[in-house]
Design a protein around this ligand. Structure first.
Ligand SMILES: Nc1ncnc2c1ncn2[C@@H]1O[C@H](COP(=O)(O)OP(=O)(O)OP(=O)(O)O)[C@@H](O)[C@H]1O
Length: 626
C-alpha cells in the first residue's frame, strides 16, 4: 500500500480524540507528565512575575522613595525568581523525559504485537516501509511532542494568556492595542494549521513509501545488480526522494510564512504601543513603572507568540503520526480464536485432513474474476502423503495455506480429524500443522534456534534428526555447527541450503499434518534424490500434503490430486494418472518446461548472483557426517 492508495482516511478525528485513545496506555505516565507540565507552568508564571517586581522597583524604591534597601530587596526577589524558574525548568526536563520514552516503548510494543497478530492478507497489502516508518519514526515524533511540544504549547498558551492579562492591567490602552493584533494572528494560525496538516500527512506517507523502496531494493539488490538495473532503481528512488523533498519544502515555506506573521504583528503592535505609551507617560496617564512592566511582559510574551507556528507544526506532525499509528492498530484481525474452542483429538501422530467444498478468493481479486478455489473436496488420510499438482498460478500454495489458517476459507471447511480448523485455538492448530515454504525465511539467529522455532524446548536429538531427514548435513561443517548464526545478520546460505533448513524446521515440530510447499525446488537433482529418500520414511509417520512441480516430488506421494480451474480434476496414484489422464500429463510436461526455463534463467544470473544458485552442498548418505 502506498501513500496514494492509502487506507480510508475519511474517519478524521480531532487531536483530543486521538490523545484520549492513548489514555489507557499512558495512564501510568500521566502523573509525572502532569508534574512536569505544572513545573513548566509555574516557571513561566515566575518569569511573568519579574516585570511586576520591576514595576514595583521603578515606581517605588527607584523613583519615588529613593530607598536603596528596598532596591536591594527588589533585586534579591528578581534573582530568586530567576533561580526558581531555572530550577523548575530543569525539573520539567527530568520529569517529562522518562514518561515520554516509556510511552514510546509501549506504543512500539503494542504495534508490534498487533502486526504479529494480523493475518497474512494484511501484510500482503501493506508496504513494509509504511509499517517500519509508523513503528519507528512516527512513534518517535509523537514522543518528542509529548515530552517537549505538548509541554511547550501548554506553557506558551498560559504565558500568552497571563501575559496579556498583566499587560492589560499595566495599561488597558496599550494592552488592548497588543490584544487586537492577536486577532489576525489567530486567523493566520488557523489557516496555517489546515494547510500544514495536509502537507504533514503527505510527507509522512511519502517517507513510508520511500522506506519501502529502500527495503525492497536492499532485499532485491542481487537481482538489480544481476540485471544491471541499479541505475534505474536509483533514478526511481531519487524521483521519490525528490517528491518528499518538495513536500518538506512546502511545509517549511508555509511554516516560515506563518512564523513571519506571528513575529511581525506583535512587533508592530509593540511599536504602536511605544508611541502611544510615550504620550500616556508624558500626559501623566501612565507611570514609568507601568510602561516598564508592560514592555518587559511583552518581551516575555513575544517569544512564545513567535514560536507558536513551530509548535502548531510540531503538533500537526504529531497528530499525523498518531493517526498513522492508529490506522494500523485499527485494522481488525479477521483470523481469530473461536469463542468456544474445541480441543484437538489426542490422536496418534498423524491426523486426517479434509477439504470440504473449500472456496477462496483474495480480497483484492477483481470483482468479475471467479473464485480461485471453487469448491475443493479432498481427503488426506492419516499417514498418507498427497501431492498437489496444478499449472502455475493454479492455487496450490493458496490451498495449503488454508490449513494452518494463514488465510481463512471464504466458503466450505478445512477439517483436521473432523474438526473445523476455525474451531481450534490458533496456537493448538499451528502446533499440529507445520509448513515449509518454497521461499524459506531464516531469522537472524543460530541454526539451532531457527530449526527449533516451533519447539524451542526440544533437545539435540530432535534437532539432529530433523537436520538429517532434511539432508542438511552441511550444517555440521559450518564454522560453529548448529550454533552458527544465519539469517540476515549471519552467514549467507544458498537457496537450497535455506530450503533444507526450512524443511528441517517443519520436521522438527513433529506435526500431525505436514505441509510442504515445493520445499525442494532449489535443490539439484542429486541432492533432491537423497533428501527425498530420507524424507520418505518420516512422511509415513505424519499426514503430508506436498505441492509438487516435478515428477521427483510427486514420487514422494502415495496419491496425487490434480487441481484445475479451482477444482480437484482428478485423484489417483502418479502411475494411474499418468496412464489415464491427458490433462495430468500435459500439466506435468508444462511444469517441467517451465522449470527448465527457470533453471536456464537462473544459470544466466547465477554467475552473477548467489541468491538462487543451485544447491551443491549435497548431503552425504544418511548419518555419515555424524
Ligand atoms: N496474496 C495474494 N493476493 C492476491 N492474489 C494472490 C496472492 N497470492 C497469490 N495470488 C494469486 O492467486 C493465484 C494463485 O497463486 P498461488 O501462489 O496459490 O498459485 P500456485 O499454484 O502455488 O503457483 P506456483 O505454481 O507458481 O507456485 C495467482 O494468480 C496469484 O497471482
Amino acid at each position: 500500500m502506498t501513500a496514494l492508495e492509502g487506507p480510508d482516511r475519511s474517519r478524521e478525528t480531532t487531536f483530543t480524540q486521538s490523545l484520549a485513545r492513548l489514555y489507557p496506555l499512558s495512564r501510568e505516565v500521566v502523573p509525572r507528565l502532569a508534574l512536569g507540565l505544572a513545573s513548566a507552568v509555574v516557571a513561566s508564571a515566575l518569569a511573568l512575575a519579574i516585570p511586576q517586581v520591576l514595576q514595583w522597583i521603578v515606581n517605588g524604591p527607584l523613583f519615588e522613595s529613593n530607598d536603596p534597601a528596598g532596591l536591594w530587596w527588589g533585586v534579591g526577589v528578581v534573582l530568586a525568581l530567576g533561580l526558581a524558574e531555572a530550577g523548575l525548568l530543569t525539573a520539567r526536563r527530568q520529569l517529562v523525559l522518562a514518561p515520554g520514552t516509556k510511552l514510546e516503548a509501549k506504543l512500539r510494543v503494542q504495534l508490534y504485537e498487533h502486526l504479529a497478530e494480523l493475518p497474512v492478507a494484511f501484510h500482503d497489502e501493506w508496504g513494509s516501509g509504511q509499517l517500519l516508518s509508523r513503528s519507528m519514526s512516527d512513534i518517535r515524533r509523537f514522543r518528542r511532542w509529548i515530552s517537549f511540544g505538548m509541554v511547550m504549547i501548554c506553557v506558551n498558551a498560559i504565558t500568552i494568556g497571563i501575559g496579556t492579562a498583566l499587560m492589560l492591567s499595566s495599561s488597558w490602552v496599550l494592552g488592548t492595542i497588543y490584544a487586537v493584533a492577536a486577532v489576525p494572528v489567530l486567523v493566520v494560525s488557523f489557516r496555517f494549521r489546515r494547510r500544514y496538516r495536509i502537507a504533514s500527512r503527505r510527507a509522512q506517507d511519502q517517507a513510508g513509501d520511500l522506506a519501502t523502496v529502500v527495503e525492497e531494493s536492499v532485499r532485491g539488490i542481487r537481482v538489480l545488480k544481476a540485471f544491471g538495473r541499479g541505475r534505474d532503481a536509483l533514478d526511481s528512488f531519487a524521483a521519490r526522494a525528490d517528491e518528499l523533498r518538495e513536500t518538506e519544502l512546502s511545509k517549511s515555506r508555509s511554516l516560515s510564512t506563518v512564523s513571519m506573521v506571528l513575529t511581525l504583528l506583535p512587533e508592530t503592535a509593540l511599536a504602536v504601543s511605544l508611541v502611544v505609551g510615550a504620550f500616556l507617560v508624558a500626559s501623566g496617564d501612565l507611570t514609568v513603572g507601568a510602561i516598564v512592566a508592560f514592555f518587559a511582559t511583552a518581551a516575555i510574551v513575544n517569544g512564545p507568540l513567535g514560536r507558536l507556528g513551530e509548535q502548531f507544526a510540531m503538533s500537526m506532525d504529531a497528530k499525523t503520526a498518531i493517526d498513522r499509528y492508529f490506522e494500523v492498530l485499527d485494522v481488525p484481525n479477521t483470523i481469530l480464536d473461536p469463542a468456544t474452542p474445541v480441543s484437538p483429538k489426542a490422536a496418534s501422530r498423524a491426523s486426517r485432513l479434509e477439504f470440504q467444498g473449500v472456496r477462496f478468493r483474495y480480497p483484492d481479486a477483481p470483482a468479475d474474476a471467479p473464485d480461485l478455489l471453487d469448491g475443493i473436496d479432498l481427503v488426506v488420510e492419516p499417514g498418507e502423503t498427497l501431492a498437489l499438482v496444478a499449472l502455475t498460478g493454479g492455487g496450490k500454495s493458496t490451498l495449503v495455506q488454508l490449513v494452518p489458517r494463514l488465510y481463512d476459507v471464504t466458503g466450505g471447511r478445512v477439517l483436521i480429524d473432523g474438526i473445523d480448523v476455525r474451531d481450534l485455538e490458533r496456537l493448538a492448530l499451528r502446533s499440529h500443522v507445520s509448513i515449509a515454504f518454497e521461499e524459506p525465511v531464516l531469522f537472524s539467529a543460530s541454526v539451532r534456534e531457527n530449526i527449533l522455532l516451533g519447539v524451542p524446548d526440544a533437545g539435540d536429538d530432535v534437532l539432529l534428526r530433523a537436520l538429517e531427514v532434511a539432508g542438511a548435513d552441511f550444517v555440521h561443517a559450518l564454522p560453529d555447527g548448529v550454533d552458527t548464526l544465519v539469517g540476515e545478520e549471519g552467514l549467507s546460505l544458498s537457496g537450497g541450503q535455506r530450503q533444507r533448513l526450512a524443511l528441517a524446521r517443519a520436521i522438527a515440530a513433529e506435526p500431525r499434518v505436514l505441509v510442504l510447499d515445493d520445499p525442494l525446488s532449489a535443490l539439484d537433482v542429486r541432492t533432491e534424490a537423497l533428501v527425498t529418500e530420507r524424507l520418505r520414511a518420516t512422511l509415513r509417520e505424519t499426514t503430508t500434503i506436498v505441492v509438487a512441480h516435478r515428477p521427483s516430488t510427486v514420487a514422494l506421494a502415495d496419491r496425487v490430486a490434480l487441481l484445475h480451474n479451482g477444482r480437484i480434476a482428478a485423484v489417483g496414484t502418479h502411475a494411474e494418472l499418468l496412464a489415464s489422464n491427458e490433462l495430468y500429463r500435459s500439466v506435468l510436461a508444462r511444469q517441467s518446461r517451465a522449470r527448465e526455463e527457470r533453471w536456464r534463467e537462473s544459470d544466466v544470473t547465477s554467475a552473477r548472483s548467489a541468491e538462487r544458485r543451485p544447491d551443491v552442498s549435497a548431503p552425504s548418505p544418511a548419518g555419515a557426517t555424524r
